[in-house]
Ligand binder design. Structure first.
Ligand code: SF4
Ligand code: SF4
Length: 380
């Protein structure tokens, strides 16, 4: 089975019928999107055990597996590394994933979210040996990791495991390319050095790249108003030679159509365009209060279940629109409905889990001061 394009359908943020319930996937709209994606000749779908609390896999079975021949699409799935409690769990999770998807092999299988604590868990539970066996038995055609840490850890990991895997799924986008906390450029170069394929996740940094302040949107219009901001971000990733897949998590038909336009007649990024994007990245970083991608992994770590990404989203929105009082009201509402940000005990448990290397307790403290006292660490 061939990869038909670098454009992959990410199934982490599918359309919902109830935006407050991630299990309520809009199956009808998702089916229509799958139909258009397949009709246009694309064929790669990415999910994980955890996306939509397991319902991403179920929705994919209904939209893809039950409606298309198995040899017409490729599916990748991921081991929930953080949930491993014994070696037997490897089997248990894989069987659940196969059952939810209604398939008997994976085209690609990843060990999900390698960072310091979860690499330790995967090693303790023999997961790398397990996925190697999956490949040998034909249960996974290709194997890899999805990686969420810095270049130092990736270098150590690849020195030990590069021979075993085919792919590294990296968070890569023009905002993180030269970011010293994420080190996307360095991580990409390490994969090239080890001759590994790179699959890209978060090409839009969880939407941060799309929801830009007005002055940056104006820069894009002035530079080239015939292309969408998203198309620049996708082309930035897909123009890299070792990048074989760029995932896009789409929850609207118009997002899919925009991506189809980008990839149907793909034009690699020019040097001038690349320089423009890197300049805009510097400006955008200055405008963000917190570079949160809303991946949600910190939620698995916080013992108080503070809705960290929801607070950070409000914080960023208010930085872009400091004159608006609405975010202050949302902040109060969130604290009433869920757990107040001020309940953070500064225990620091979440820090190692943040894919963006954000000092979460420190930023929650800044955010509380900002919203409660009108004080802003960025001077507005
Ligand atoms: S530092 Fe705060 S947000 Fe982080 S895990 Fe502890 S209580 Fe939760
Ligand atoms: S704070 Fe970090 S781990 Fe939590 S959602 Fe944001 S980027 Fe992800």
């Amino acid at each position: 089975m061939e990869y038909k394009s670098k454009f992959g359908f990410g199934c982490m943020r599918l359309p919902l019928t109830d935006k407050n319930d991630p299990t309520k996937i809009d199956q009808e709209l998702f089916n229509e999107m799958v139909d258009l994606y397949m009709e246009k000749g694309f064929n790669y779908f990415d999910t994980s055990y955890a996306y939509h609390n397991g319902f991403s896999e179920v929705a994919m079975r209904k939209a893809i597996v039950e409606r298309y021949p198995r040899d017409s699409f490729l599916i990748s799935d991921k081991m929930p590394t953080w949930a491993l409690t014994s070696e037997d769990d490897n089997d248990k999770f894989v069987n659940t994933m196969l059952e939810r998807l209604g398939i008997d092999y994976f085209d690609v299988f990843f060990v999900h979210n390698i960072n310091v604590p979860w690499l330790k868990l995967a090693e303790e539970h023999n997961t790398f040996e397990y996925v190697k066996n999956m490949k040998e038995k034909g249960m996974a055609r290709k194997i890899g990791i999805s990686f969420h840490d810095n270049a130092e850890l990736l270098e150590k990991f690849l020195d030990k495991y590069a021979e075993l895997i085919d792919i590294v799924q990296l968070e890569l986008n023009y905002l993180d390319w030269e970011d010293p906390a994420i080190e996307a450029h360095k991580c990409y170069d390490l994969c090239v050095k080890h001759d590994l394929d790179v699959y890209v996740m978060e090409p839009l940094k969880g939407g941060v790249i799309v929801n830009q302040p007005e002055h940056i949107q104006n820069d894009f219009k002035e530079f080239d108003d015939s292309k969408s901001i998203v198309s620049f971000a996708m082309r930035f990733c897909a123009s890299l030679e070792n990048v074989k897949i760029v995932l896009s998590g789409m929850n609207k038909m118009e997002d899919l159509i925009d991506n189809i336009n980008t990839f149907e007649n793909f034009v690699p990024l020019s040097e001038e365009e690349k320089n423009f994007l890197l300049e805009e990245a510097d400006k955008l970083r200055e405008d963000l209060a917190v570079p949160c991608s809303e991946c949600g992994y910190c939620l698995k770590a916080c013992p108080l279940e503070i809705p960290i990404p929801e607070y950070f989203r409000l914080y960023n929105h208010h930085k872009v629109q400091p004159e608006s009082n609405i975010y202050r009201l949302y902040y109060d509402k969130l604290g009433d409905e869920k757990v107040p940000a001020s309940d953070c005990t500064q225990c620091e448990t979440c820090i190692d889990y943040c894919t963006q290397k954000i000092n979460i307790p420190e930023e929650l403290q800044n955010l509380c001061q900002h919203f409660q006292e009108g004080f802003s660490p960025y001077g507005k």
